[in-house]
Design a protein around this ligand. Sequence first.
Ligand code: DOR
Ligand code: ZN
Length: 458
Amino acid sequence: VPVQLLIKNGQIVSPASTVRGHLIIDQGKVAGVMLRDDNLPEAKTVIDANGLHVLPGLIDPHVHFRVPGLEYKEDFNSGSQAAVVGGITTVIDMPNVIPPTATVAGLQAKLECADGNSFCDYAIYAVLMEGSLQHILPLAEAGVCGYKIFMGETIGKIEPPSDGEMIDQWKLMAETGLRCGVHAEDNSILFYLRKKLQDAGRKDPLAFLESRPPVSEAEAIQRAILFAREAGSKLMIYHLSSKQGLELVRRAKQDGDVDVKAETGPHYMLFDGRDMVRMGLGSLLRMNPPVRESEHGEALFKGLLDGTIDVIGTDHAPHTREEKVYDDRMGDIWKPISGWPGVETNVPVMLTVVNEGRMSINQYVKVQSENAARAWNLWPRKGNLAPGADGDVTIVDLNKTGVIDEEKLHSKHKLSPWHGWHVKGMPVYTIVRGTVIARGGQIIFEGRPPGKFVTPVA
Ligand code: DOR
Ligand code: ZN
């Protein structure tokens, strides 16, 4: 009987090597790689990847697909179309929805929205607030891949737990073996500075940066590291944005007495917060935590290369044009909401960085696939192309050029600070468990979206 899929003649990439060969996928799983050209099996689908790079399915560990409750911004159908067209085979979805993903019932409500609507696979985070202690073990039981604490205020206004309960939560999380990510900003600093700037009449875009300074991120990171270390619990710093925060992560890793990992996004490395003014991006580039001056971005990029930062997440955070105050981007910076859709533009942007020679394709698959799978307990099912792994593959053409066009995004609201960026390196096939879902920027899969809920590997 023919196998499900044969990907011939590609450059097969792992964090350790690039080898020319043929990848075989059967019954949804990787069956193996053949290096010789003879005796290739018959396959129902054959892709000739000559001149292309065959990557382990890329993972975006930070998306907001907004269900239940905020479908007007995005849902699993639109968000996952953006993901697969953008070369992503698995996403991890954020809990700041209505009701928040804070209980098993909240998780079930989200899973009902996702089931049959997702073109990619998905894992789910739960959120911890004051009173969440009792939900930690049931949520692990129900299959979340990790937890999130919003230490600082952001979209959805989910309050952080008190430090007292948080310490108990960290201890209980240690029993689950699951990691907890933190939105690391400190409310008392944020609230004080915002009021001070507003009282002074500031409403220009850069006032937003000043209202959420590096010290507010560093303060929260320091506290999270302290609690995680004390509890023997695993920590992720989401969307690291400052060199001060990076230094704290670097030192904690060097000390080696706490399991801390860090994520950043392409925007933190490649934009400068002053582009809000210089490039007229204004409110479009408003994000929590903020995109800062390029000295931070350069430090973060170095941190990614030296392993201080483990993963790239986009913080795909869609909102309507009205919420972004898109037609008055340079107006009152306190009015618009923070975030923008990023899941579809990330891979071309980062492949462009690869093409510029600033990182290797091997380093890229490490931070966009293997490390995310390992951090969130999806390894070795996800994040690699070894026999037995899910047959998730992103085939990219490193020579294909394009210009990012927000009109073409698959998200519900088509706006992007990357609009107009010239990219070199684009995903050309997105394959989930052996099925080609997207090709050349289009969804080609027909039928009920086949994405599955992925739970942690025991
Ligand atoms: O800018 C942001 N938007 N930062 C967050 O932490 C949340 C996100 C959202 O949900 O829109
Ligand atoms: Zn966040």
